[in-house]
Each structure stands twice: as C-alpha cells, then as structure tokens.
Design a protein around this ligand. Sequence first.
Ligand SMILES: Cc1ncc(COP(=O)(O)O)c(C=O)c1O
Length: 495
Amino acid sequence: MPQPKPSSLSMHLDPAGIALDGRKGLAKQLYLALRQRILATPDTHRIKLPTSRELALALRVSRNTVVRAYEQLYAEGYISSRVGDGTYADGLAAATAPGADQAATGATATQLSAMQRRLSGFGGRRRFDGPARAFRLGIPAYDLFPNEIWGRLQGNFWRRAPLAQMGYGEAAGNSRLRELIAVYLRQARGLICDPSQIMITAGAQHGIALCAQLLLDAGDRVAVENPCYPSAAAALTLAGAQLVGIPLDQDGMDTTQLAQHANCRMAYVTPSHQYPIGVTLSLQRRLELLAWAERHDAWIVEDDYDGEYRYDGTPLAPLAALDQSARVLYVGTFSKIAFPGLRLGYLVLPPKLVPGLSALRAMADRHPPAADQAVMAEFIAAGHFQRHIRRMRRASRARRDALMTGWTPLFGAQLPLPKVAAGLHLSLSLDSFSQEAELVAKALAAGVEINPVSRFCLPGQVVSPQHRAGLALGFAGVDEIAIQRALLALQQAWN
Ligand SMILES: Cc1ncc(COP(=O)(O)O)c(C=O)c1O
C-alpha cells in the first residue's frame, strides 16, 4: 500500500447512502459498496474508515459482516491498517485499479467537456438514497401512494393498445395532461395559464436545467438564496452561471440585498417553503422580487417543489400568478405528491419562451414517456390526484406532529424547533459548525439521516449568521413509529 502523498487530503468515510438489501451475502455487498467508494475517491485523498464497530452500528449489521468485508478489502490491497491510528484507503489511482469505472471515478475528467467540469464542486450525486429513513430530506410519504390504482390505470392504457400514443409525440408533452394541470393550477394555486404554456418535464430538476439552458450564457450571474438547493445550484452552474448568494431572513430572500445586483440575469427561488431553511417569501418580498426583475430585465425561476403542503393559513399566490410582465418561469413537480421515482413534473412558461424551449427540449429527450403521462392524466381526471393530495397533506402533518411532539421533551431545551407551517422538512439553527458536525456525525453513526445546513451554503459568500450552521430534517418520508424510533436513537447518540 503506498504511503499517503504529502498533498493528500484526509477524509472520513461517511456510511450514508450505503444500502444493503437485507438478502444473503451482506459482507459481499458491503465489500462492493466500500470498494466503489474507495475507487471513486480522487487519488489525492486518503480515506479513514470507521471502526468495524462504528460501521456495524451505522448500517445495522453484525460486526462480523463488517470484519469480513474489511478483510477482503485488505487482502486485495484497497485498505491498510496503522497500529493505533485505524484503517485507511490511501487514494488509489482509480484508472489503474482493477475493475475501476473510469467515467465514475473522474480519472479521465480532463478529457470531458468544460460543461461537465463545471459540476466538479457539486459531487454530482445525492447523498442519501435507498429505502426511506428518518429524517431524509426531499421525500414525501410515498409509502402511501395508491399503487393498485396506478397499476390499474397503467393496465388500462396498455390494454387499449394506444397506437396513437406509441409514435413520437409533442415536445411539450401530452396535451390532455397539460390541460388538466392548467385546471389544477388555477384551482389550487390561483395560477391562471393556458395549457400551451405548460411543458411536461422529467421532474423539477429537469425543468430547472431546461430554464438554465434556455436563458443563460457562460458567465451570466444568477441570484440564488443562500443557503440554497444544491441540485438547482448545480444545474445553473452547469449552464455556465456564476451564482450570487443572497442571504435570507424570516421573510425569505432579502430583496434589499438583491437590489444591489443589477447585473444578474436570473433569480432562482423557492418561495412557498425555502429549501433548506423553511421560511416563506412574504408578499412584500414577492412584489419586490418581481419589481427587481422588471427593473433589471431579469428572469425569475420559481421552484414550487412542495407548494401543495401548507398546514396553517392560506398559501400566498405564487410569483407566477403575480407576474405582470411575463418574467417568471414556474417549476412544478409530481415528485412530492406522487413519488420521486416517477420523474414527472412541469414548467409554466411565459408564452414567448414556449417555441424556444420546445425546440431545445426536443433535441435532448424528444418528449416525456407517453404511458406515464397518459396515466397521470387519467389519475387526475378520475379524481385520484386531489384525493391523494389530501391524504398526503394529512399524513405529512401527522408526521410533522410526531417529530415535534417527540422532539420537544428530549431536545427542546437545547435545540428548540421552529414553527412549521408548510413543506416536508424543517431546519433549526445552531451556534457553531463544530456543534453541527458533532450532532450530524453522531446521528449518522446511529443510522439517522440529518443534514448539516452548512452543506447548502455557497462557499465564500455572505450568509446571515443564523443560517450558517444548523440541522435540516425531513419529516414526511417515514411513519410515526419510525420517527419515534429515530428520536430514541438520537437520544442515545446525543446523550
Ligand atoms: C427545492 C427542490 N427543488 C426541486 C427538487 C427536485 O424535485 P424533482 O424530483 O421533481 O426533480 C427538490 C427535491 O428534493 C427540492 O428539494
């Protein structure tokens, strides 16, 4: 095993995202997962692995399983032990390691495009995946999705042998689905638009990426909330944007600070429920943001990713409904009401942008899959969608309550939770990064997924002090019993 190079950066292997599926061969699965992590790490880094006891606890497997996986890695030369200092993988040059996947490791990054390289600061993948766990961000109560109804509607679609929908379709998507979304948005969000302004996408992420590709040139400045949703930041950066972080307060993005940025071509915002802080952009700020866009001839991308989840009070009108000068591109998704794996969402565009975006989209993926669109249209037309929204709102409220009532007696004195009137997650602020790192690491080691708020801050840019360090917790993805269990695990972990 090579000794660490003088320039090597040390990092701890984070077990988050390692999902073992509970079948036989756990040690083999774990060996493969660890090997992949090691190979995917740049050769300028060395990784310190958790002790076998820590990893066994974090993954809820026996220590023997971890020891067997470590033994195999050791035998094949991926890791080495240092007496008194633990187990390390010393940054293998992935391209020379057996079985390494060059594209995944980034070993050939210099041969990839400048566009691809813009992603290098973003990690390029979600931190957590696999089965839902407390307190993962960004997932709804998809355990409640009516699979049987969906399956029946899919069956109906295929039984009718829809030849008309089996050829190429319109780039903007299924026209019936677009009509139904227009009706839904008018009734539920007070957003009046024509179906011709709607483009069906593969979820909000696709919608944001399309907006960026349509409107940005390399070097264009884009104002984003700071902290901000990292995948949106990545999609904007991929299109060449220079991100300008605007601090937040309890009313959302601080538009007085935004006013100093006349040279931004676009602002990206999450007004209903800021991601990750959870505040709502006030009406005053909405109007100021629209006035800023008009003054500076800028675009606004409004990400209404969890706009259906409002628990108290009436929701404010989306920016797109207040927009008088056709500057707002509204991003909606079915991920948070149906399930993220569905990959269906939509954009509502100013009419003048429709032809350009349709042409752009057609050259990427032509149009969305016909069957899923047709089934979603039927799901909405038959009333299942509205019923399901009500069920999801009830369930998320109950899960929010379970988190809040369980949390307060255990941690409320030191870590009080904010009021949560909307959305699928909450965040609380902390005084220091060290406290944040300690709480997150202990939670992860206990198998509880908690995100540090600092992860969402743009490096080197101004953030308001109360939003620099904190914890972000999703509460909707698992049921009340799992929430209780996770709180007990946290109690032990945090002592
Ligand atoms: C703020 C925000 N926008 C967009 C998305 C992405 O949604 P989709 O699954 O539709 O791409 C998420 C998902 O977590 C999100 O948190």
